[in-house]
Design a protein. Sequence first.
Lengths: 294, 382
Amino acid sequence: MEQFLQQIVNGISLGSIYALIALGYTMVYGIIKLINFAHGDIYMLGAYIGYFCMTHFHLGVIPSLLIAMAICTLLGVIIERIAYKPLRNATRIAVLITAIGVSLFLEYGTMFFVTANVRSYPPLKGILTQSFKLGNIVITAQQILIVCITVILMVFLQFIVKYTRIGKAMRAVSLDRDAAELMGINVDNTISFTFALGSALAGAAGILVGIYYNSINPLMGILPGLKAFVAAVFGGIGIIPGAMIGGYFIGTVEVMVAGYGNSMFKDAVVFAILILILIVKPSGLLGKETKEKV
Amino acid sequence: MKRLFVLCTCILLAVTLTACSKANENEIRIGINYELSGDVATYGQSSVEGIEMAIEEINKAGGINGKKIVPIKYDNKSEPAEATTLANKLITQDKVVAILGPATSGSFKAEIPVANAKKVPVASGSATADDVTVTSDGKVQEYAFRVCFNDSFQGTVMANFASENLSAKKAVIIMDSSSDYGKGLAKNFKENFVKAGGTIVAEEAYVAKDTDFNAILTKIKGLDFDVIYIPGYYNEAGLIIKQARALGITAPILGADGFDSPVLVDLAGAEALNDVYFTNHYSSLDKDPAVVKFIEDFKAKYNKEPDAFNALGYDLAKFVCDAISRAEKLNGESIKKALEETKNFVGVTGTLSVDEFHNPVKSIVVIGLQNGKQVSSIKINP
């Protein structure tokens, strides 16, 4: 039982990261029906920006987090403006291929500048090095930090999407872009804003992973990116609460498979889930069956 | 007409290119095919530092029979496929007489078929897998050599160390299943630990680039064991040690020469590196005069303590150059023969002779870490 609870703690920490990345995937898909494969690399860039803030400028965790989020926001918007906006009316496959191109560009561009070496975050100080014991269950301060920041960001995101004007615009564009444009909504700005939000969350996930695992490299975004994509599909792509549930679900499943089954199968199980969902309920857990618009 | 013109241009171009790469009579070209970036970059970079230092010393002393050594260095990005491509390039375009590296068994093995086909000897300083110099059906890989001991020796020594010095009865193995190195070590440790009367309580596996080991560590935390053996490289081993200590696992952690990198301390944190022991080629705590001189020279050149890969790289270059100086002719076949005849070559990592399977016969050290620092070293002879 204790072991089970400990595995749940591990799963929730990992799931938080997937959920943060999955939110970006799902929002971008919801609004322009694009699977933004470069999203995992924004997460990687967030980890590197955090690394440079902490090692070169000796900033604390929270300032580094905010800077990483701000710079990722900017990068997200720039990528959208340069790479995706000119293809607004192109076929979806063209945009998808562009996304893969952007992803490779970010990975190997970063590798050019920072080399392919694994880097480690500087040692943490004070409260973040502590761990707490509940019976035999160990919860580290870093795990608490990850879960808290994830929850705060999700609440904040829900607030933006549900209760602000720009959130309303986002929902309108995702429902019907042409109609939204006719109603006087600036579609381009709304799409940019969506990229900005998603990238900020990915940047936050990046720096949290850096702190938690203490190891970053230019290709670190590929696998978590794909798993977050699975999480988004599991929850129902385009649906924000779905991405959160999906993230926590995938994280927990991965940990449970490693803990009770065979650790070699954990990645395979995650992708098997993707295949199963696509066969059984392609619209995802919270998705509604919709007819393809013609 | 146009087609003819293109053909002529191609031929001309080919002729000029071959002319360019023709070797100079007064130099000896040696290829360096190492992991300068990628997953195990610090092995490659460290080895090359040692190699370059050795070549510099040899050239300063007049080269080999009056000929200067010209190293030609390429980065294989820690990828076996890239290592093969570069070996081909070094042999066919750069006309090298021997290739040093790569550092890891997987990449080195990928290079060997090229070496055998082109009859150019290749030698590694740190490819420790058992089947590097001998194929799985027991045939010697004619053109492959190394200056390091193999994994069965490492696994055996660590298993004996665990049962005798640490009086361990039960062990857990967490193995890197994506490398030949990890699998070979795990197998040999297991065999010898069981032979010494111990039991393996659990065997877990991970693959390179994994970062989350909490699930498997939580699983083994509930078990009764005395030591954890981690046959793998520093990138993942560092994270496993960090996460194990954070979960409150205090048992001694054992490893092999893959632990030998300053990055291990960065990843795990010094306070987590207590009761960590690993087998290695050399220890900077050694008081042998040859070792002391090497450490001094190295510090003067690079301004840091040399690690085992620096020492192995240094030995490797000297070992190959020693064979080249004894070779009758400056070609792959004669150098290979000279390498095979190496007897009592004195290196920083010990005195070695090449046996019939192209393996060196030499000693090994077990290094102990406390607070991230090397505090003990025990030398064990074969």
